[in-house]
Ligand binder design. Structure first.
Ligand SMILES: Nc1ncnc2c1ncn2[C@@H]1O[C@H](COP(=O)(O)OP(=O)(O)OP(=O)(O)O)[C@@H](O)[C@H]1O
Ligand SMILES: [Mg+2]
Length: 476
């Protein structure tokens, strides 16, 4: 039996002002303790020195979405007439459907009009919640330039930091009695895991929150969750179990190469005299980046990625020049020896790049029957087809990274000058549909991101170089 006094008491204990609890009681909304804590944090945004962003995240099913709409609709929209709120979520139709379902359950006692085709919920005082969704981040651009008093983002780690920053520029108000703010809900993992962790969770863990407040969500917070759902979460394994059942952010990022340790795998210097053979991995692109990695192998089969060449919108002639320049800066020879110079110059194996391995696109036939690989060959650089099996390639990188914390030594090292690779490899995520594969990411419109450098590394490590002896016997 609902007891309003008891509810008011638990609201006050969570830090909610009495007027806020009255708003919820008037709407017939009973929030649970953790949700009340999130609402108390939302009210802190009213203060001139209070936060401007609230994060409510962690386990799945903790009651986050229910809270966000309750806070927006039953508290914020009711106390400030004409409030303009955006409720954003990734995925097709689900946001309008989601809002449709939730508003039926949450607002039967609050007069409102729901325009299903436009996804706009309008209260009697003119405050409104506009539901928008996106499949691809660039669709969010259409929302930029519009002014919102309040932005709610569901599943915020599906956004990159760039888009989150862009959205914050839409947060403006002309109302004297309102301070603009963002509410976010999310589970750990996803492309935005790292910025979300740094923006919301780290300040909370360090007790140093100023512009943000974070409320950790646990599955036990929600008494309305059916036990079967909790069992489904409990049956998950690995990082998903930690992330979705326990709401653990520390190791729950879904990072593919979780054993990567910058202090161990990234080198400032390396002993060039150890290298017995050199080769390259290449991922070709025109609108995407072309990335070529220069790799040396020592006699113990350790691999050292010592340099990278990265270009975008470059034609093969430019790429060949770039690749040769990279090799020259490492005092290496690439390409077929010039027969006329052959008598006086035959580079030793330790001074020449033996092979460049690249993915299938360089070998597919164009309209005239030629291939890009053949074009590169005429320019003096021979390209060889790589093993393009993604799962095998990632597994090989994983094995080579070892597990330093568990005493398994790495056999793959990357020089610190390889910025592109180092900005990519450690941040790759599991593809949740194919956990043994990496989630593909494309370069964004600013040219940032993308997994081209990791693909170049994959091609190189997953392809066996024929032994020098075998090559010599075959007269290559
Ligand atoms: N205070 C509440 N009163 C009644 N039902 C609630 C309450 N809080 C949550 N629920 C219900 O519990 C279920 C799960 O809640 P919700 O969808 O908000 O969780 P979530 O944390 O957003 O989940 P996910 O992580 O999957 O997005 C929903 O059916 C929701 O309506
Ligand atoms: Mg939710």
């Amino acid at each position: 039996m609902f007891n309003p006094d008891q509810y008011a008491q638990s609201g006050l204990a969570a830090g909610c002002p009495a007027a806020q609890i009255e708003n919820f009681i008037r709407a017939g909304i009973i929030l649970q303790p953790r949700q009340l804590a999130a609402s108390a944090a939302a009210r802190l945004c009213d203060r001139p020195d209070g936060p401007t962003a609230i994060g409510y995240g962690g386990a799945r099913g903790g009651g986050k979405s229910h809270w966000m709409l309750a806070q927006m609709g039953a508290d914020d929209c009711q106390r400030v007439p004409g409030l303009n709120c955006l409720l954003l979520r990734k995925d097709g139709k689900s946001n309008t459907e989601n809002l449709e379902n939730l508003r039926r359950r949450l607002f039967p006692a609050l007069k409102h009009h729901w325009n299903a085709s436009r996804g706009i919920l309008t209260f009697e005082n003119g405050s409104r919640i506009i539901a928008r969704h996106y499949q691809h981040e660039k669709e969010i651009d259409a929302l930029l330039g519009i002014e919102y008093d309040l932005i709610g983002i569901e599943e915020a780690t599906t956004l990159t930091q760039r888009k989150y920053s862009d959205l914050r520029t839409c947060l403006r108000t002309s109302k004297l009695n309102w301070r603009p703010r963002i509410y976010t809900t999310t589970n750990p993992g996803g492309v935005g895991h790292d910025w979300y962790h740094q923006t919301f969770i780290l300040p909370c863990e360090r007790g140093a929150e100023s512009a943000t407040r974070f409320i950790p969500a646990r599955v036990e917070d929600n008494q309305f969750l059916n036990p079967e759902y909790k069992q489904i979460l409990a049956d998950c394994t690995g990082w998903q179990k930690k992330a979705w059942l326990e709401g653990d952010w520390g190791i729950a990022s879904g990072k593919f190469f979780s054993t990567f340790r910058p202090g161990i795998h990234v080198l400032r210097e390396f002993d060039r005299s150890r290298i017995v053979e050199w080769f390259c991995g290449m991922d070709y692109g025109f609108t995407h980046y072309t990335v070529v990695l220069l790799i040396g192998r020592d006699a113990d089969d350790h691999l050292f990625v010592v340099d990278e060449y990265v270009a975008r919108h470059a034609i093969p002639q430019q790429l060949v020049l770039g690749i040769k320049e990279m090799c020259q800066r490492q005092r290496l020879f690439i390409g077929q020896p010039n027969p006329r110079a052959g008598l006086c110059f035959q580079p030793a194996d330790a001074d020449r790049v033996r092979r460049i391995f690249a993915g299938g696109d360089l070998f597919s036939h164009r309209f005239d029957g030629s291939t890009l690989a053949a074009h590169f060959s005429t320019l003096g650089v021979r390209i060889h087809p790589a093993n393009t099996n993604r799962v095998q390639g990632w597994a090989e990188i994983q094995t080579r990274l070892g597990d330093p914390a568990a005493g398994i030594k790495p056999t793959l090292f990357i020089h610190e000058r390889c910025h592109h690779l180092l900005n990519c490899l450690p941040f790759l995520q599991h593809d949740l549909d194919h956990p043994a594969d990496v989630l593909k990411t494309n370069v964004n419109e600013e040219g940032l991101g993308g997994d081209d450098a990791a693909d170049a590394l994959r091609y190189a490590v997953a392809t066996r170089l024929p032994t020098i002896r075998a090559v010599k016997l075959r007269g290559f």
